[in-house]
Design a protein around this ligand. Sequence first.
Ligand SMILES: Cc1cc2nc3c(=O)[nH]c(=O)nc-3n(C[C@H](O)[C@H](O)[C@H](O)COP(=O)(O)OP(=O)(O)OC[C@H]3O[C@@H](n4cnc5c(N)ncnc54)[C@H](O)[C@@H]3O)c2cc1C
Length: 433
Amino acid sequence: MHTLIIGAGAAGIAAAIAAAKSGQQVTVLDRNRKALKKVGVTGNGRGNLLNHGELRYFGDADFALEVMTQMPYENVRDFLQSAGISLVHEGDLVYPSSLLASVAVEALLAQANELGVRIHVNTSAKSAIKTGETFHVTAVQSKFGKEKPKASGKMKKGALLEEKEVHYAADRLIVAVGGAAAPAHGTDGTGYDLLTTFGHRLTPICPALCALLTDERPIGGLAGQRVRAALTLKSKDDQILAQSKGEALFAQDGVSGIAAMQLARFVQKNAVLTLDMSETLMGDAAETMKLHEWLSRRTAQKKNAPIASLFAGSISAPLSRAILAASGIRDTAQKVASLTATDLEQLEKAITAFTVKVKGTRDFEAAQVTAGGIQTIDFNPQTMQSKLVDGLYAVGEVLNVDGDCGGYNLMFAFASGLLAGEGTGIREEHGER
Ligand SMILES: Cc1cc2nc3c(=O)[nH]c(=O)nc-3n(C[C@H](O)[C@H](O)[C@H](O)COP(=O)(O)OP(=O)(O)OC[C@H]3O[C@@H](n4cnc5c(N)ncnc54)[C@H](O)[C@@H]3O)c2cc1C
């Protein structure tokens, strides 16, 4: 049995290894110069491969949960370990123990190679059809001149020397082309056509796990400032759209950091973001007292100091200025003792609900993941096989499944890839053992 896989990302390579282990002949095509290019940059180069905690998926979340029941965390972990990857936990987040995604990439590719998987890089699939029992894929293969080192030390792709059309035939076709996020890594959304051509449906897509673009006024002067905060995204009619907790990083035109990026997929027109920064301000004291009490103590301690220095030692000067401005306190040269009860109420509000209007999110270029994708209702979550076309499979981010930050996306890609690769049931149909 010949299995052809389009896309040598996390899902495609997992599928390839599983298929080769079960005795199938496997060819993988990827338009990039290298297989697993995106995996190499995940987790800031550390590769947050899995998450051992509660499952957090969006889009067709039930489908994702069924996939993860069929191929649970332990199985995906065993798959990675059987490729020789040593793993380490940071809470529920699982990384290669080397803390280098590149080490995991090398191990997976070495295993694929040992199992006889053929990987054709610089090969972009353009169309796929099925005639009788056979899939036919037409691709364009590019040949480039020698790579040259750039000043940054990275290699620059050589000039395009030649392009030729190539044809592949296979008994099974696994589409693992990813989504539309991070096109620099080969995923520009054109891969959806390879499934819609067979009648599969695409939902609307938008960037997920990316920075929020906001009104610049309230965050003026905050670029580069980090804060631990509880974030709430609300609709224009004050309904909570999503909440997160963790690090937020201000930019000139918005807010990023993991806690903000997790909210991106929920952004609507005229949404509003509030940040509760009381934990950062109070530190450990947040465990034993309310902000109101902390503020009373602080104002008593600092009664003769200028208002501008009220939060010195707790938060940075730019953040302190932004909070004071948001609470409407203009004359910060005055003594703390001059603050009125209303001022303190406004301060409390600015600390617990520092509010910025959200204008949108960064685009797919800057997003880590795609929200939306090919509808999963037409796929079997136990095998990843299409219900419309026998022998056709879709795995990973190309589907309408996106996970939270923390290893969920790679885990789904590996799990779905493994299910499709194994091809449970298919080999019996072909009279193989
Ligand atoms: C900067 C960054 C950091 C991230 N960090 C993490 C993290 O730490 N943990 C986590 O869980 N997730 C992370 N993600 C998300 C995660 O990398 C993806 O969700 C995951 O790689 C999806 O796997 P996939 O195999 O479905 O698709 P991809 O890994 O995107 O692979 C798809 C492959 O298909 C190829 N392809 C596309 N179209 C064609 C075609 N027509 N012909 C041939 N080949 C084609 C592409 O070149 C690509 O190699 C990160 C993403 C980015 C961009």
